[in-house]
Unconditional design. Structure first.
Length: 406
């Protein structure tokens, strides 16, 4: 009987909370605190977990409601909130895509009679990272000292990552110097974005040096391979990949795709095929990115037959063929001047429900140019508006070239 009563009471609370959530989400943007407080008074209470409600607000991207909800919750608890709940509020604002609301809550957290801790600041840093606000992230990191909160590994990891993702690689490298001076331990979360930053600066030898100095894992190796590939040091990238087993590091799908990208940039089609075979041997799932990259390597090496074979084999390997894979297969056939194969692929692309992009149609025109089929080149040029495409300089150039051979 007692259990039945408890279940009924829980159901009643959940039902009231669901109705309250619905009414909150129905409010206009940045409602008055009195409106939120009244809904809270009628439908919520001390027993309602505020964390679950904050997750709902994040899911519906209502960061403007986070602070009013926390203030209403605080009234039920004599104006006091825990640092954990405030951190959850900052996280919700970040997930809702509103770094200004996240930082506003962080900077006024003292209103809830608590002092912000590293979790609060890290949540604010993560909100800046989601919004790609590298300058705000650096300001927040430096402001932690004045708040007597020591930045930890995660703080520096987020700051370095947002600098790397926004191409502020010199600042990412400076942050690494700062964290070493502060004696903050280096972990994989710091090492991988730092290696990527070195790659952006074209300093791939320093990226490899980091692996030697601080130890390597699959994440940092993937970043280092990408750093080498971005600097056209594809041989160094492939050497690092080949040396991973000696370091007792198993390559994953990301590592294989990154190594395949290095092969594509270098037109190393045979090495790309070996990598695809290696994925099967190590039971790493083939995906559309890895297959498309291998096809691209064949295209750049003018091995259109192998590129087309790989494309056709994707279905046998249960890998979905998307617009990118069609595009690289079409480019491979176009490089070989095989306009009939290109025409077949474009027709198949339409059957699959994809609309060709400019790269596909330009490749089709180019294949007609190489095979001397000027009528077909004109056909594809004239069809571009039907596919909602505007001819560009490549379209005009290839069409004019084909017609000049008539």
């Amino acid at each position: 009987m007692l259990r039945t009563c408890q279940l009924w009471a829980t159901s009643a609370v959940n039902s009231a909370a669901a109705e309250g959530t619905r009414q909150l989400l129905g409010l206009g943007v940045r409602p008055a605190q009195a409106e939120v407080r009244e809904i809270w008074r009628r439908h919520f209470g001390p027993k309602v977990p505020a964390g679950a409600l904050l997750k709902e607000l994040a899911a519906f991207r209502r960061a403007d409601l986070v602070r009013p909800v926390l203030e209403a919750f605080a009234q039920e608890h004599h104006g006091v909130l825990s640092a954990r709940l405030c951190t959850a509020g900052i996280v919700s604002c970040g997930r809702a895509g509103s770094w200004p609301d996240a930082l506003d809550l962080l900077h006024t957290i003292h209103a809830f009679t608590i002092a912000p801790n590293s979790f609060c600041y890290n949540a604010g840093l993560q909100a800046c990272a989601v919004g790609r606000q590298w300058l705000r992230a650096l300001e927040l990191l430096r402001g932690m000292d004045s708040a007597q909160v020591a930045p930890d590994q995660y703080s520096y990891s987020i700051a370095i990552s947002v600098c790397e993702k926004t191409s502020q690689w010199p600042r990412a490298l400076r942050l690494f110097t700062d964290l070493r001076e502060a004696a903050v331990p280096v972990d994989a979360g710091i090492l991988a974005p730092l290696i990527s930053a070195y790659g952006q600066g074209g300093q791939w030898p320093f990226a490899l040096r980091l692996l030697t100095d601080w130890g390597a894992d699959v994440q940092s190796c993937s970043a280092a391979i990408a750093a080498c590939a971005s600097a056209s040091a594809w041989d160094a990238a492939l050497r690092l990949f080949a040396g991973m087993p000696a370091m007792s590091i198993l390559a994953n799908a990301v590592t294989f795709s990154t190594a395949l990208s290095a092969c594509g940039a270098a037109a190393a089609w045979q090495r790309a095929l070996q990598l695809l075979a290696g994925m099967a041997e190590t039971r790493v799932q083939l995906d559309v990115v890895s297959c498309s990259t291998a096809i691209s390597a064949c295209e750049r090496a003018s091995h259109w037959q192998m590129g087309l074979h790989l494309f056709q084999a994707m279905a046998d390997d249960r890998v979905h063929q998307n617009l990118i894979s069609y595009s690289v297969a079409i480019a491979a056939c176009a490089r070989g001047g095989r306009w009939r194969q290109v025409q077949h692929l474009l027709a198949q692309l339409s059957v699959e429900g994809h609309r060709p992009d400019s790269a596909c149609v330009n490749a089709a025109i180019s294949s007609c140019d190489k095979d001397g089929c000027w009528e077909q080149a004109l056909h594809w040029f004239a069809a571009m508006p039907r596919h909602q495409l505007r001819p560009d300089i490549c379209s005009y150039g290839a069409t004019i070239s084909a017609c000049s051979k008539a």
